[in-house]
Design a protein around this ligand. Structure first.
Ligand SMILES: C[S@@+](CC[C@H](N)C(=O)[O-])C[C@H]1O[C@@H](n2cnc3c(N)ncnc32)[C@H](O)[C@@H]1O
Ligand code: SF4
Length: 385
């Protein structure tokens, strides 16, 4: 039940406009040479297959940026190449992130014909004033139209909302969540707004021109979110992700269960377990043009590939796994944390966190409670000290 599987992440780095809160590897370009990009992404699939020969692909995720700006033929070419280079599991999950402004029926039909079977829409808010404040180009009506259109083409549809926005009240957010639940299928991603360095929001925040809810209000918003979604049958399976049981994003579970994945495209990360049991990390050049040029010249755009040392591996294993409601299986500690749980983490810190109601050990697993997941950074600081 908790086999992580093996995923392939494909990054499309272009957007129509840069949102003021976003620090993802996304860029605005006048023109994109789609043929060159198709050739380069396919070439990187060939390269990554040499790093993980024989793995069975259980999920593919087109993320961005705005992958719904990709030509369906490019999505199809990448998927065909993946199937040529690796065995692909029956029932593989293939997700594409889509922006409400760049989807129409023709594109959805094209993606579906190419093999996409799940879409994740970046809705962010369901009222026009907040969409404007978030710098989004779509209206609430367009967002709803995009969700409905997605349901017509795909059995599995998720969408993202951002909360803890400036001036947001719990009552307003609950109203919006009710609307979201009416529109949702089996999965919703609900992210608390973070002010990321290097973004326009960061500059405004520093100047005191953008005020976000304080910790107490943010905590209330988080708790209201957990309660409503749980009552609706979509409990949190991860800090920000909610699903009807069985509808979890299998691709994201690969990351959180600390499985291996290949990262294709600019800035994409990968994790691979070598034949000696050691893990290594790959990272591609972030800048789209540099990545493209490197792929043309060397057949891949990798910036670096390095061993994940024992300390980093233990930290990654816990940082990923404790995000999940299911937590981490104790029997994976020897391989991922170098020793049994008792030997790998500080006993006094563990006891304090369990007594405080932040962690629990039961049924062969260590997991963070809802309280613990809300304060995961602090919990991890204590555990990993
Ligand atoms: C890589 S983005 C891609 C989504 C798609 N391009 C879109 O904007 O519609 C994935 C999601 O991350 C979330 N996100 C991005 N920046 C964020 C921030 N600063 N705080 C909270 N959530 C954020 C948004 O909900 C977004 O939909
Ligand atoms: S939120 Fe989405 S559309 Fe906006 S800049 Fe980031 S990746 Fe692009």
């Amino acid at each position: 039940m908790t086999d992580p599987g093996f995923g392939v992440y494909v990054h499309w780095p272009f957007c129509l406009a840069k949102c003021p809160y976003c620090d993802f590897n996304s860029h605005v370009r006048e023109r994109v040479d789609h043929d060159r990009w198709r050739t380069a992404l396919v070439a990187e699939v060939d390269h990554r297959a040499t790093l993980a020969p024989g793995r069975t692909v259980t999920s593919v995720f087109f993320g961005g940026g705005t992958p719904s700006l990709m030509e369906p033929a490019t999505v199809g070419a990448v998927l065909d190449r993946i199937a040529l280079r690796w065995p692909v599991a029956a029932g593989v999950e293939v997700t594409l992130e889509a922006n409400p402004t760049s989807v129409e029926a023709g594109r959805f039909a094209g993606y579906r014909a190419a093999g996409v079977n799940r879409v994740s829409l970046g809705i962010q808010a369901l009222n026009d004033a907040d969409l404007k404040a978030l710098g989004r180009a779509h209206s609430a009506a367009e967002a709803e139209g995009a969700i409905r259109l997605a349901h017509r083409h795909f059995d599995r549809v998720s969408f993202d909302l951002i909360y803890a926005r400036p001036d947001q009240t719990v009552a307003a957010w609950e109203g919006e969540l009710r609307r979201a639940l009416d529109l949702a299928a089996g999965h919703l991603s609900l992210y608390q707004l973070t002010i990321e360095e290097g973004t326009r929001f960061h500059t405004l925040h520093e100047r005191g021109e953008l005020v976000v809810p304080d910790e107490d209000v943010a905590g209330d918003l988080y708790e209201a979110t957990q309660a409503m979604l749980e009552a609706a049958g979509l409990p949190a399976y991860e800090i920000s992700n909610h699903a009807r049981p069985g509808e979890e994003s299998r691709h994201n579970l690969v990351y959180w269960r600390y499985g291996d994945y290949a990262g294709v495209g600019p800035g994409a990360h990968g994790r691979h377990t070598g034949s000696d049991g050691g893990k290594f990390a790959t990272r591609a050049h972030r800048a789209p043009e540099i990545w493209l040029e490197r792929v043309a010249r060397h057949g891949h755009g990798l910036h670096e590939s390095e061993a994940v040392d024992a300390g980093a591996r233990r930290a990654e294993f816990l940082m990923m796994g404790l995000r999940l409601a299911e937590g981490v299986p104790l029997d994976r500690f020897p391989a991922e944390a170098g020793a049994s749980m008792e030997a790998a983490i500080d006993r006094a810190a563990l006891d304090r966190l369990v007594a405080g109601g932040f962690l629990a050990v039961a049924d062969g697993r260590l997991r963070a409670t809802a309280e613990g997941r809300q304060r995961l950074n602090g919990v991890l600081r204590m555990l990993l000290a």
